[in-house]
Design a binder for this molecule. Structure first.
Ligand SMILES: Cc1cc2nc3c(=O)[nH]c(=O)nc-3n(C[C@H](O)[C@H](O)[C@H](O)COP(=O)(O)OP(=O)(O)OC[C@H]3O[C@@H](n4cnc5c(N)ncnc54)[C@H](O)[C@@H]3O)c2cc1C
Ligand code: FES
Length: 313
């Protein structure tokens, strides 16, 4: 398996755009400083950056969602981890796309970022997804805000592994939770939607929502399972990549084990340093040969792990 993982550093980036999508998502577009160009251009889907937010002011009171009014008053000392939804490399610059959701004190503050602002980031961090030329099909499974690194992965694979067939499965609670995608609604049936990020690469995409407001009603892993049963992919040449909440990753690991399709999962843990020093992001793993348990660090050894090395709790 090839891993294109690049070495990290502390860098500055300029905000090109910080655009509201729906009512709680933002697309943050950053141009990295010149000396960071090489390292970020070699970055691998699944790697992430720790963004400094402590110097950002709170938005005006009427721009803070009421449910975060109290939480947002907390000081934000630690950097926050975000994956890349895309990395665009040209001769002139390297641009990072970050899709984020407002969930608390740091992300409320990130709303205030505007064109021309400078942010400090540490990255690219962690180990991303790995690839091998012998895999002819890749099944990408995204749950909720787990989608950004898989959007990056899909574009990356289309460019570097054009002979691999990609099928994407996206699941959210409701249609409004898909708002961070470039959504195209069908003129006649609003439940039939297309996601621009995958459509532009001609990637087959299956959408599901828990409440049935878009795509198939149900969990994304049920749609995935049904697809595998109906399409019978050659398991020796197929790989799964999944990112999302732990319960959904656990279910993806179960599908991987049932159909014997190897699966890499990108995990999220609360992170402090992001570089392996504070030990706050431990992931319980199992040695497949001995059955012994041991711990890896999500920030340094992950965030991408093989699904069958994680002890799902
Ligand atoms: C490797 C990695 C990549 C990530 N990529 C993205 C991304 O692309 N887009 C995005 O919107 N978010 C991403 N996150 C999550 C993001 O880091 C958190 O949403 C952010 O740190 C929240 O900060 P806050 O101060 O606004 O909220 P907090 O006050 O810190 O948290 C608010 C709520 O969110 C929960 N939460 C916070 N961080 C995490 C986490 N890491 N895992 C599970 N629950 C958490 C808390 O338990 C709490 O309930 C990623 C996390 C990791 C570890
Ligand atoms: S976040 Fe500090 S060791 Fe992982």
């Amino acid at each position: 398996m090839t891993n294109h993982t690049a070495k990290k550093g502390i860098f500055k980036a300029s905000v090109l755009q910080n655009r509201l999508l729906g009512d709680k998502f933002f697309r943050l577009t950053l141009e990295v400083e010149k000396k960071a160009k090489t390292v970020f251009s070699k970055s691998n889907p699944g790697q992430f950056a720790e963004i400094e937010v402590s110097s950002l002011a709170l938005p005006p009171e009427n721009a803070i969602p009421p449910q975060f009014a109290d939480a947002s008053k907390r000081n934000v000392i630690l950097r926050r981890p975000f994956s890349f939804a895309d990395i665009m490399v040209s001769e002139d610059n390297v641009i990072l796309e970050i899709l984020y959701m407002i969930v608390g004190a740091a992300t409320v503050r990130m709303k205030t970022l505007k064109t021309g602002d400078k942010v400090s980031l540490i990255g690219p961090l962690g180990n991303g997804f790995s690839f091998s030329d012998d895999k002819k099909a890749a099944l990408l499974v995204a749950g909720g805000m787990g989608a950004p690194p898989l959007v990056h992965l899909a574009g990356f694979m289309k460019e570097k592994y054009p002979n691999t067939d990609i099928v994407v499965f996206v699941g959210t609670k409701s249609v409004s939770d898909l708002a961070f995608f470039d959504i195209k609604f069908d003129k006649f049936d609003k439940k039939k939607i297309k996601l621009g990020e995958f459509e532009k690469h001609n990637i087959q995409t299956h959408i599901s929502t828990d409440d049935g407001s878009a795509g198939t009603k149900g969990f994304v892993t049920e749609v995935l399972k049904k697809w595998i049963i109906e399409n019978k992919p050659d398991i020796n040449n197929t790989i799964m990549y999944a990112c999302g909440p732990d319960r959904m990753l656990h279910a993806s690991a179960a599908v991987s084990s049932e159909f014997k399709i190897p699966c890499q999962v990108s995990l999220e843990r609360r992170m402090a340093c992001g570089t392996g020093l504070c030990q706050s992001c431990a992931v319980k793993c199992v040695d497949k040969n001995t059955g012994d348990n041991f711990y890896k660090l999500c920030c340094k050894d992950g965030p991408v792990f093989w699904a069958d090395e994680v002890v799902w709790q």
